[in-house]
Design a protein around this ligand. Structure first.
Ligand code: GRF
Length: 223
């Protein structure tokens, strides 16, 4: 089985990157993490990946005169690792349409909200301010418009009275660590693909139960 060569881009602690690396150690996982790149030299996840024997590189955006030269260097690094797929995992640089188009259909991102609600930053604050009762995370293909790409997998958690942005983020994070490896596996195996502005799933994919819920009236309701 060919495992899709995947490069993960991070900016900080890298816990989602770690979940992808761990998942990819399973026999039969359809992707291998060939390198972890960071745009910040102090990204903690870089040390973790290096200690696991994974190739790492820092492309420090501050050392480039503008976005296009930074992105050209980033692209060169990614290509140098023979990447077929790119996963953004807490990568905190906005990528220009030029860069995104180079990887369109082959680049995933994880966002800590149930998109299309609560794009951008401070997603938990936004969710709490809106008073939603369910929050979560989304793995989507990256398109030029931020946090707007076709959705591959989402995970949901309840919002509990008294939640703070931190407590909600802490409830969502473990779900991120479940859904990102699922989404990468689906894309790397060809079971999910970006076609136009949608994700098309292989028809026999047994991920989602499409049957409608059966609501049976309770004996109380029947009187
Ligand atoms: C995650 O919540 C992710 O959804 C968001 O940034 C955070 C990164 O966390 N894009 P980590 O670096 O993966 O631990």
């Amino acid at each position: 089985m060919h495992r899709q060569r995947t490069v993960v881009l991070i900016s900080g602690r890298g816990s989602n990157m770690m979940s992808l690396v761990e998942a990819a150690t399973a026999p039969g996982y359809p992707a291998e993490i060939v390198a972890v790149l960071a745009n910040r030299p102090d990204a903690a996840g870089i040390g973790w990946a290096a200690a696991r024997g994974i190739a790492t590189a820092v492309v420090d955006h501050k050392t480039f005169p503008d976005r296009s030269t930074f992105e050209a260097a980033l692209h060169r690094e990614i290509v140098g690792f023979g990447a077929e797929l790119v996963c953004l995992a807490g990568f905190m640089r906005v990528l220009t349409p030029n860069f995104v188009r180079l990887w369109q259909g082959r680049m995933l991102n994880i966002h800590p909200s149930l998109l299309p609600s609560f794009k951008g930053l401070h997603t938990q604050e936004q969710a709490l301010a809106a008073g939603v009762r369910i929050a979560g995370c989304t793995v989507h293909f990256v398109v030029p418009e931020m946090d707007a790409g076709p959705i591959v997998v989402q995970g949901a958690v309840p919002v509990i009275p008294g939640d703070t942005p931190d407590s909600l983020a802490a409830r969502i994070l473990p779900v991120e660590h479940l859904v990102y490896p699922q989404a990468l596996a689906m894309v790397a195996s060809g079971k999910a693909a970006m076609v136009g502005d949608r994700v098309v799933f292989q028809s026999r994919l047994p991920l989602v139960n499409h049957s409608p819920p059966v609501i049976s009236p309770s004996s109380d309701m029947l009187g």
